[in-house]
Design a protein around this ligand. Sequence first.
Ligand code: COI
Length: 355
Amino acid sequence: MQEIRVELTEHPQPKPTDSSKLGFGTIFTDHMFIMNYDEGEGWHDARIVPFGPIELSPAAMCLHYGQSVFEGMKAYRAVDGRILLFRPDKNMARLNSSNDRLCIPLIDEEFSKKAIEKLVSIEKDWIPSAEGTSLYIRPFIIGIDPHVGVHPAQHLLFIVLCSPVGAYYPEGLNPVKIYVETNYVRAVKGGMGYTKTAGNYAASLKAQDEAEKQNYTQVLWLDGVERKYIEEVGTMNVFFVIGDEIVTPALQGSILPGITRMSAIELLKSWGMNVVERKLSIDELAQAAQDGKLKEAFGTGTAAVISPIGHLKWGDDVMNINNGEIGPISQRLYDTLTGIQWGKIQDEFGWTVEV
Ligand code: COI
């Protein structure tokens, strides 16, 4: 395994003192991890260096053709002071799945996990401890060849930065308002919907912007072909409690395979609940709401954690779910998942990794 060179900053920044003002993703820690890829040499020159601007040619491929992938993961300060990562192996595996789709050379998952552990341990004093806070970790890879021809890059950068964060949605655990997007589409099967690549998020911006102008938090994407089946929200996967079934859309290539989604399914199954991954049309959901069978809706994601959905609008049809309040299943999932992440609950699944 290659060595990781460490160069510590001579100008450490003051750490945030008020955890309630952290917000999401605007404050960065003192250091970042960087590693280069050059054709013929492979991934090399792994280093942890002071956080700061990187030099890129204006012709760098990632700026023109979006050859760029990323991950989102968190480090938690447990109640007993330990620092825990949550299922980092799954993030590294998903990064390689995105890499493969975008013709990015695969990374060594074990080495990358160790590099992130080393970065987090250097930045441990940046990890907030207040309830609901964590250190968000953003690994990403970009193609940097100065070349405006459309080809897979031969020179790339793998960077990891860290940001102390609070809740992603200002609503926190209060239910969010979402509408069903009927004009734009996010992804189609055969495309890149299952990857974490910049383009998927760029494709969502217009709809997101229109939603915010109408006082909605996000949009719920339907499939891009029939415009009928529910997919995801874009920052989170979705679950619906319909009668005695908990339904989440099956992964069919256009939906992000969320690690929180996977963990929620495993938890729900371990509680003996009837969780089903299947196609769910928006008509079926609206009918269930009309028949009083739609009990709860919630999103899952690393940034979003468990986010109840209290209001879902589809054209003129408004579904007010569980009177706009968090339901018992969403609450139990939130408590259990964050309980494991913050070391308050025994981690029977072996999901946490101590740094
Ligand atoms: C995450 O949940 O980690 C995400 O990447 C979603 C969003 C912040 C882009």
